[in-house]
Design a protein around this ligand. Structure first.
Ligand code: NAP
Length: 294
């Protein structure tokens, strides 16, 4: 970790350490003839998913995980899309499936999640896996929320009793992060577009997780000194060379105790969590097929 005013939470280093562990677990599974096999399913294309896809592919290759990308035309019918989800889920050679977001708005991704085999749902979006999250059990939990928790842990902050404020209540990030931090006995507040005075909430936070998709939404006067800031935002602003976060990094890092950069913060840890979930999924399937313990 590099030190400025705030401790910079280095997601690349943390992601690498997790991937090293994953690689050892993949070797152990492969020695028993269970090679993790992740399929990525995408409909159409988008700038954010392009970067995420490239890092998934590279990370899987390094970890020894098989990776196949299936790309469907953006005009695919819902029936055809769901048939692909069913087909991939039922393929015994495939141990893990991720649906890349966003999908075109006319497709209902929650229906697709219900069509997935929950044992292969490495994003933790099937209702059975969401139930596990709600019940505070382990298993396949959403990768970005897990990454946010790993980064808070890396800051050395114990969550029990802390004020955690989450900005954003999406299915994929904000809501699961809310439950994950609640499961750590933090006191959690979730803010969203209808929140009346966002700054009044963010200023109370000991830990602030921002996942709004609004570049520079959180400014220095909206945080208290010493706060741990996890910036999930990944915004592609016209003219900018690199994606920018939801937090005004230059000014907030002068006030915060610890902060994630963008890029190089949440993103690499999210990929590492996807790989870890792929190993968890494969190990569980291996155990069920009588190939040893999960
Ligand atoms: P999303 O589905 O668009 O959700 C954004 C959430 O923020 C919504 O709940 C929205 O509320 C809320 N919001 C928007 N503007 C707000 C404001 N001014 N004040 C308070 N709340 C506001 O996005 P997402 O999928 O959760 O992603 C959020 C960001 O994280 C994006 O930049 C995305 O690219 C990034 N991301 C990064 C990673 C990573 O690994 N680094 C992974 C996933 C996502 P309403 O729904 O009520 O409008």
């Amino acid at each position: 970790m590099r030190c400025m005013a705030a401790m910079i939470l280095d997601g690349r280093a943390l992601g690498r350490a997790i991937r090293d562990q994953v690689r050892r677990e993949v070797e152990a599974l492969a020695a028993r003839d269970f090679v993790p096999n992740l399929v990525s399913l995408q409909v159409g294309e988008s700038e954010p998913s392009r970067a995420y896809l490239a890092s998934q592919k590279k990370a899987c290759a390094e970890a020894g995980i098989l990776y196949t990308h299936v790309s469907l035309d953006r005009n695919v019918t819902e029936r055809h899309f769901l048939a692909h989800v069913d087909g991939i889920s039922k393929n015994p050679e495939v141990t893990a499936l991720i649906i890349q977001l966003p999908v075109p708005p006319r497709l209902d991704v929650s229906t697709a999640y219900r069509h997935m085999d929950p044992e292969k749902d490495v994003e933790g979006m099937h209702p059975a896996n969401q139930g596990s999250l709600f019940a505070g059990k382990g298993g396949l939990l959403p990768c970005t929320a897990l990454a946010a928790r790993e980064l808070v842990r890396a800051s050395g902050t114990a969550l029990r009793g802390k004020e955690v404020v989450i900005v954003g209540h999406s299915q994929i990030v904000g809501k699961p992060a809310t439950i994950l931090f609640l499961n750590e006995d933090a006191t959690v507040t979730t803010c969203h577009i209808a929140t009346r005075d966002l700054a009044a909430h963010t200023r109370r936070a000991d830990v602030l997780v921002v996942a709004a998709g609004r570049p520079g939404l959180v400014r220095a006067d909206m945080v208290k000194p010493g706060v741990v800031v996890i910036d999930v935002g990944m915004n592609y602003v016209e003219g900018a060379e690199r994606p920018v976060g939801d937090v005004a990094f230059d000014e907030v890092s002068q006030v915060a105790g610890a902060i994630t950069p963008v890029p190089g913060g949440v993103g690499p840890v999210t990929v590492a969590m996807l790989l870890r979930n792929t190993v968890i999924a494969t190990a569980a399937q291996a155990a069920r097929r009588g190939g040893g313990e999960a």
